[in-house]
Design a protein around this ligand. Sequence first.
Ligand code: HEM
Length: 425
Amino acid sequence: MNRSPVTSAADPVLPAAAGPASGGVIDLTDVEMFAANRHHEAFRRLREESPVYLNPSADGTPFWALTRYEDVLAAYRDHDAFSSAHGAILGGSFRAGGGDTASGDMLVASDPPRHRMLRKVMHPPFNSAMVDRVTAQVRTLVRDAVDAMHRDGGCDIALDFAPLLPVGALMAMFGVGRDDARHIVGLTREMVGYRDATLSDLVGDERTRLAHAQSAIFEYFADLLEERRDAAGDDVIGMLLRSEINGEPLDDTQILYNCMNIAVGGNETSSYTTCSGILAFLENPGEWRRLAAGRELLSSAIEEILRWSSTNAYVQRVAVRDVVVRQTRIAAGDVVTLWNVSANRDPDQFDAPERFDITRAPNRHLSFGSGIHRCIGAPTGNAEIAEAFGALLDGGLGLRLAGEPVRLHSNFILGFTSLPVEVGD
Ligand code: HEM
């Protein structure tokens, strides 16, 4: 069924929003909808009734939303038509004077040929030796945390357990101590969750909180860069200091933007995916029993956790030229969002998508994106998540919810600010 709005080449560039046929107008910038976990119903309506949807934003800047698996995948793969140069986040990237200052310098905010060169420079921080280092560091932290859970009778997974994944990754990748790693995780959490007032001590509006967190992360990495400049080691900063593009070393701005890309790309995603996975098991205890009885199911369970959580809910692109999707014209310059969270529950792609099934096969979820920007940190993220669930399984903890989970106020990263659990039988 395709009842998407149809436009001809003569239509205005951004025609008035045509909401889905049933129910009220859907606004995908409404973070309350995501915090209340009501978004899946909205995406069901969009997939069925308006798969190429012009979202009417409160700030007056409409954007297109693609919600069907097939369309999201096709847009990911068509990087000639859909540019990444404006960053992956709606209104949240490094905008100054209408442009994006990270454009062309930060991996995720670049297009070919620049993207190809930056991706090459970014391979060493994600090589298998580094993944092994991350794995070992995360293992120590999460196993200690499971011991503490035994001792204390529970914890808040969102605060005490899941953040240990990025803490361990930062310690291993940047060669920093635990306190520094915690500090960076706090800042990226504030940045990504800038629309959630509970995550910042700062008084001020959303944009002020975002700008504060961004500049604090920058300053942290700038200090680290100064410290390491004359003695480049085998950490990420050392690797980037030794890199070249067209025979030229990277400049400081490029190094800093890409450190930031690693921190922001990795910190919230793997930890919130772990929170979602733990909640999914608490709500589906039969699946936990299956996993506990058959540890060989861990890798397919992680794929299902990734699909289920869709932590990186969407990515942004900007149309480089006029493109027609399902008879709807998207004009050059229009902002287009690719909704992983919707594609991952598209019944045309997944049987019974509302079922959490740790043996789901095939499971070609789009949680890491697709095409040239597919997550370069996917092996790192997978290794971290495997360590978290491995520690919980080995710990033999029977966990149960000890309070209402609190979801993050964000439409970009789907996470939790609280997930209290207690140790049961
Ligand atoms: C469950 C964990 C993760 C999820 C769900 C996730 C999701 C994604 C997605 C959807 C993209 C594509 C962005 C786009 O197309 O615009 C991406 C790219 C990226 N991710 Fe991840 N990510 C995860 C873990 C990580 C980790 C652990 C790191 C670093 C330590 C990382 C670093 C990056 C970077 C640098 C890119 C940019 C790649 C490029 O543009 O070529 N990610 N990630």
